[in-house]
Design a protein around this ligand. Structure first.
Ligand code: NOJ
Ligand code: CA
Length: 562
């Protein structure tokens, strides 16, 4: 087993260049602005940035409609600026992964333009066509309510083309060997420019069979191995992080039985059940989600964990009753909901700006099995702007200070309005203010990241959910190289007392609190009794702080254990 897989204990920070920092005053965030903020990000402690798409794009889906894979959109700068940025990250020991959006292109991409104009064009077969509208064209739309069909008529081509997402995002025919070769070339290009991997967009659709005759798309998992081999050959420690919102029964197919496909996959199952637990204070479905998505250890595979991301909070995998519970708690108004399945708000307003609740949610992000992925602005508790359409509401500019436009830009007209006024406006919620306030969320986040880095057990270890006797309290123990960590979370707005048998029924060691002074010794029956305040959480180490002296070497060899 390779011992230095960086992604096992990375702290990933997701941002889009356009909404982070505008250096040249045109109202749009850019690479120079982002570069000037790298010291902020380094200070926060994040170890890897994940950039949303920044390639030239008509920007009809926040850049997820790429018109040229080999360039930087002029709004954000030049390829030269990108290389300066990636070099500056390297100097600070920060890695960069970027979105790889290759299920589809923009309809403005020259490949699609060539394909639609001329049936004889070599690019014609880079897309997916049909003379007649397939009967199931209304099925499988990803954005119900906004998108009506997956097949649209193209006047110029005089044919229907397939688009899993919006109609301006024609699907690439990813089964075409030439398309596959091009896709590898795109990855190779950005690797040369310094990236450490890719967040692969819409993976289940990238590898699906496509075409008018396809009734039930089948995933061609071998393609994932090809991507992995290529990336790892070009850059040994680069990773692929898959966006694959799939059932736990097929998760393993994305990792590959021999760990030969994606190193990382986002854990949507845990995400949805985590929000259910936050809404209901019932942690049982979350504990079950952790079990069904358990990755056998040791393993090179790793889950990517997140709370809110740049999309809606998709609740599609919950039961009807569970989904209703989450809607009632976090998105009761129609206007807060999206695509019949999710909530489009940011985390802080969903949790009523309640600091105790936010800390609970973040403590969970940093202690559930996997690698945490933060969303820009969440470290200061930014809000949303529900007057903006669809998912735009949660993509407003970063709030840096209480200066005009939150310090994001000198322009009067930023790319999206900076949130202003009220509980979440930049006047109240901004990084400069929180930087000066020792107890502010920003400084709390910095400290919790620092502690997370000192608990490699969480990223690497075996976990066990311990019975607590209370549905509202989740206790997880991690073991790794003769070191153990225990994390306990109370999801309820009421206090709970629990009794924990931390070491089976045997004599339990002292629990040393890593975040405060209240350590805990077992009672005579060997159990630990804890009283957790509303939304209370604890991070403990088992035994004394001599754990580093007790740490053993890990197993070398065998990548997998069943
Ligand atoms: C998933 C991305 O996260 C989302 O923002 C985008 O709209 C779709 N893929 C299409 O690329
Ligand atoms: Ca700019």
């Amino acid at each position: 087993m390779i011992k230095d897989l960086w992604y096992k204990n990375a702290v990933i920070y997701n941002l889009s260049v356009g909404s982070f920092m505008d250096a040249n005053g045109d109202g749009i965030g850019d690479f120079q602005g982002l570069q000037r903020r790298l010291d902020y990000l380094q200070g926060l402690g994040v170890t890897c940035l994940w950039l949303g798409p920044f390639q030239p794009s008509p920007m009809r889906d926040h850049g997820y409609d790429v018109a040229d894979y080999y360039n930087v959109d002029p709004r954000y700068g030049t390829l030269g600026d990108f290389v300066e940025f990636s070099h500056a990250c390297k100097q600070r020991g920060i890695r960069v992964i970027i979105d790889l959006v290759v299920n589809h292109t923009s309809d403005q991409h020259p490949w699609f333009q060539a394909a639609r104009k001329d049936p004889e064009s070599p690019y014609r077969d880079w897309y997916v066509w049909s003379d007649k509208k397939p009967a199931d064209a209304h099925q499988g739309v990803v954005f119900p309510g906004v998108q009506k069909t997956t097949w649209s008529w193209d006047k110029e081509a005089r044919a229907y083309y397939f688009h899993r997402f919006y109609d301006f995002q024609p699907d690439l025919n990813t089964a075409n060997p030439e398309v596959q070769a091009e896709l590898l070339k795109v990855m190779g290009f950005w690797i040369e420019l310094g990236v450490s991997g890719f967040r692969m967009d819409a993976v289940p659709f990238v590898i699906a069979t496509k075409g008018p005759e396809v009734k039930k798309p089948k995933q061609q998992f071998d393609m994932l191995r090809t991507f992995r081999e290529f990336v790892q050959w070009r850059c040994g420690d680069a990773v692929l992080l898959a966006e694959a919102n799939v059932l736990p029964t097929v998760d393993q197919e994305y990792f590959g039985d021999d760990g030969d496909r994606m190193q990382m996959v986002f854990n949507f199952q845990v995400n949805q059940n985590l929000f259910y637990a936050l809404a209901s204070a019932d942690t049982r479905p979350l504990a079950k989600a952790l079990e069904v998505t358990r990755v056998p250890r040791p393993s090179t595979n790793q889950w990517g964990l997140f709370l809110r991301n740049h999309d809606e909070l998709d609740l599609g995998r919950l039961t009807e009753a569970q989904r209703k519970r989450v809607f009632d708690a976090f998105g009761p108004d129609k206007d807060m909901q999206l695509y019949d399945r999710g909530i489009r708000r940011r985390l802080a307003p969903m949790l009523h700006g309640d600091r105790r609740w936010l800390e609970l949610a973040y403590s969970l992000l940093f202690t559930l099995p996997g690698t945490p992925v933060l969303r820009y602005g969440d470290e200061i508790g930014m809000g949303d702007d529900l007057s903006l359409p669809e998912r735009e509401c949660a993509r407003t500019p970063m709030q840096w200070s209480d200066e005009p436009q939150g310090g994001f830009t000198k322009a009067d007209d930023p790319v999206l309005p900076v949130i202003s006024g009220g509980a979440f406006g930049y006047e109240r919620i901004n990084a400069a203010h929180q930087r000066r306030e020792p107890t502010a969320l920003l400084n709390w986040t910095e400290r919790i990241i620092r502690m997370r880095k000192e608990c490699p057990e969480i990223g690497w270890g075996d976990f066990q959910v311990l019975p607590t006797g209370s549905n509202a309290v989740l206790a997880i123990r991690y073991d790794w190289r003769n070191n153990s960590v225990l994390v306990v979370h109370n999801f309820d707005d009421r206090p709970h007392e629990v009794a924990l048998a931390v070491d089976g029924e045997g004599k339990s060691p002292r629990l040393v609190n890593l975040l405060a002074e209240d350590h805990n010794d077992p009672e005579e029956d060997g159990r630990h009794r804890l009283v957790l305040e509303p939304y209370g959480y604890r991070w403990y180490r088992l035994g004394g702080l001599d754990y580093l002296l007790r740490r053993t070497e890990g197993p070398v060899g065998g990548a997998k254990r069943s």
